[in-house]
Design a protein around this ligand. Sequence first.
Ligand SMILES: NC(=O)c1ccc[n+]([C@@H]2O[C@H](COP(=O)([O-])OP(=O)(O)OC[C@H]3O[C@@H](n4cnc5c(N)ncnc54)[C@H](OP(=O)(O)O)[C@@H]3O)[C@@H](O)[C@H]2O)c1
Length: 250
Amino acid sequence: MRLRKRVLILVGTGEGRKLARQASQRGDIEAIASLAGRTRHPDIPIETTRVGGFGGVEGLREYLRGQQIEAVVDATHPFAAQISQNAAQAAQEAGIPHLRLTRPPWSPQPGDRWLEVSSYAEAAQRVPQVAGRVFLTIGRQELARFAQVRQVWFLMRMIDPPAADSPRPPGEILLARGPFSLDDERKLLQDYQIGAIVSKNSGGDATYAKIAAARDLQLPIIMVQRPAMPTGDCVSEIADVFDWLHGLGT
Ligand SMILES: NC(=O)c1ccc[n+]([C@@H]2O[C@H](COP(=O)([O-])OP(=O)(O)OC[C@H]3O[C@@H](n4cnc5c(N)ncnc54)[C@H](OP(=O)(O)O)[C@@H]3O)[C@@H](O)[C@H]2O)c1
């Protein structure tokens, strides 16, 4: 019998990186962190890290078996629906326990002017009716969906630059990684004379300041709702992950 439980942690958020770091420092867990490889400097200094896709459900299931993984913790982003669905199915097929760590979504507060939409396509369709200068904070992967929007200028913020030849709407690209302060977000919106924000409902503290700044300035937010996620065990705090693992007999 192993002394340490072999746990695969699917990383894709700040919480995921923190979980992986904490897990690697524990004596009862042998953590393997997995990254998609999208971010150039992912900031995850743990020794046992693997990078890149597994090859769908089948590839992940075979990885779990081959590496004798005993539990899977999915700490990817709430909009990363594919890997979350794959992880739930692969873990089930491999017969090992599976947990999702995810932040609760934001909910509108008094004074918020949210226009909730169910997809990026719907957000792109609604944008021209809402403002002429828009702060687009949905990451670089979805920029192309806004490339055909006419008569709107976009301030586009993301961590890494988009590929040089990828379609994108007119405007300016701002490279930055959160957390962002309320004062800075308010100033940014004012300096660029932004009339509306497009955001996904990521939840969490690191990028919430733009939501609060929009409230202060009475700006509308087109808020993209989260995609469907697999059912099953789910927690929102890192400590709960360790309790869950402990409950498995770690
Ligand atoms: N979508 C967002 O808004 C967003 C925001 C911030 C961070 N992220 C993070 O960026 C990564 C990619 O996002 P996405 O929206 O493209 O995800 P996705 O659509 O759910 O995943 C696409 C494919 O990327 C691979 N993949 C994703 N996460 C992985 C991980 N942690 N380890 C190994 N392979 C992984 C898988 O490839 P195979 O099928 O080949 O296994 C998956 O099928 C995710 O880890 C996510 O947490 C996403």
